[in-house]
Design a protein around this ligand. Structure first.
Ligand code: ADP
Length: 438
């Protein structure tokens, strides 16, 4: 190829040299060398300009016209342009094919996909998204998504959503009882992919499960109260056969355990039912903590308990839920610490303005591999031991749920055989100054 082009250039130069010689001879013949040379060079330049004109003309309409039939260097240039053009067309076609395939596969996806530009305007959506959100192909392209989904919660989500955040909202279309989940995935320069899923069935099943647990626990309570009552009366009866005393007290102990489990299940159902943030009022945490420590001190055979109030701050929260969370943590510390051990209940604020309620104990501790699963329902490190201490395995689930309602999180540190520290981290927005003394 390079050889061919060198040949063409060599030929062009030879032709130029021949023309110059011709021009020189003509000049000598007419006795005016300069005029002879100028004439020949002028003709050569006109020829080149003519070829350039043909090339330009063809380039402007190359999709419709055949390339000009020129030889030499111009012919080479035309061949190069034709080759480049063909290559470009091939790549363009390939890209179009890939793009089309991609569109077809996303269009057929069971999940809805909406492409949003940096202004959150719809640039494309697939069939499922159109069906779930009631979008119309022509009318809704270019419209801001917040103008179509007007729920204020969605507006906040659109502005603040972080990677992986999911929002659930009832569907928009009248007459269709849908529950939709939204997830935003950032990509490209400021663009976002919004995934929309129909979660109506899952939400319905979840709510049925919650209702079932709440109803079953509620229904079981009354018969169990009767059984526990009779067992207590029988146990206190002096005339009862001494051989039955042992089984009777075991039966009463077990019925109390069942009562504790039902109580915790109902508590969890209550927390489950109120999925929104807890109804809030200023809660005097130092007062609540003192009360809980006083309750523990009233118990027999218990570890030493110390209260460290490093802050007098109050907390914006739900007193009932906070009482339940804190008392579960303190009860656990008492259950899993021997009487000669020590428990410290602490209320403080940190440099970030968070409020911390922590319960540390010098008890049996928890092996590291169990820590990630502790807040699961009915999860116990040592089921035998937990049952023996009257544990339902639901205490830490209750703590987790109650804290979630307060935008708080639970931190657990523990060393087997050394003790544990459970810390509730409350966000600074919920921390209130102490009540002014009158
Ligand atoms: P339980 O009613 O069995 O105590 P929880 O949900 O309150 O259930 O706790 C789950 C498990 O975590 C317990 O079974 C126990 O093994 C472990 N655990 C909780 N608190 C402590 C603690 N302070 N020290 C040691 N182990 C603990």
């Amino acid at each position: 190829m390079l050889g061919e082009s060198t040949k063409a250039w060599g030929f062009a130069l030879a032709r130029l040299a021949m023309l110059l010689v011709g021009g020189l001879l003509l000049g000598l013949f007419i006795d005016h060398v300069v005029a002879g040379l100028l004439l020949v060079l002028g003709l050569a330049l006109s020829w080149q300009l003519f070829n350039l004109f043909r090339l330009d003309h063809w380039l402007r309409a190359r999709s419709r016209r055949d390339p000009p039939d020129v030889g030499g260097v111009w012919g080479d240039v035309v061949t190069q342009v034709v080759r480049l053009h063909r290559r470009k067309r091939y790549h363009k076609q390939r890209l179009l094919d890939v793009f089309r395939e991609l569109r077809h596969s996303t269009a057929a996806m069971p999940d809805g996909v909406v492409v949003l530009n940096s202004q959150s305007e719809i640039t494309w959506f697939n069939r499922t998204a159109g069906r779930l959100l009631g979008l119309r192909r022509r009318a809704d392209i270019g419209i801001r998504i917040s103008n179509l989904i007007r729920d204020p919660e969605f507006g906040r989500y659109l502005q603040r959503a972080e990677h992986g955040d999911v929002l659930q909202l009832p569907g928009l279309q009248p007459g269709k009882d849908l529950m939709l989940s939204f997830q935003l995935v950032p990509y490209g320069s400021g663009q976002r992919l919004m995934l929309v899923r129909d979660v109506t069935r899952q939400v319905r099943l979840e709510s049925m499960r919650k209702d079932f647990v709440a109803n079953a626990s509620h229904e079981l309570r009354s018969p169990l109260t009767v059984i526990t009552g009779y067992l207590e009366t029988l146990e206190q009866d002096q005339d009862i056969d001494p051989l039955l005393q042992g089984p009777l007290s075991e039966m009463r102990r077990q019925s109390e355990r069942m009562n504790a489990i039902l109580r915790d299940l109902l508590e969890l159902s209550k927390l489950d039912a109120s999925t929104d943030e807890a109804e809030s009022e200023p809660v005097d945490v130092p007062g609540l903590a003192s009360l809980l420590c006083k309750d523990v001190r009233a118990r027999a055979a218990r570890p030493t308990i110390e209260l460290q109030l490093e802050s007098a701050a109050r907390l914006l929260g739900n007193e009932g839920e906070l009482h339940s969370a804190f008392s579960n943590l303190i009860d656990n510390a008492v259950k899993y610490t021997p009487p000669e051990g020590r428990i410290v209940v602490r209320w403080a604020t940190n440099a970030e303005g968070e409020a911390l309620f922590s319960v540390s104990d010098s008890g049996i501790g928890i092996p590291a591999e169990h820590l990630p699963r502790l807040t699961e329902r009915f999860y116990r490190v040592d089921p035998g031991r937990s049952r023996a201490t009257g544990g339902s395995g639901l205490g830490l689930s209750i703590v987790k749920h109650a804290l979630e309602h307060h935008g708080a999180r639970l931190g657990i540190e523990s060393q087997e055989g050394e003790g544990s520290v459970f810390t509730c981290h409350f966000p600074s927005e919920r921390v209130l100054p102490p009540r002014a003394q009158s």
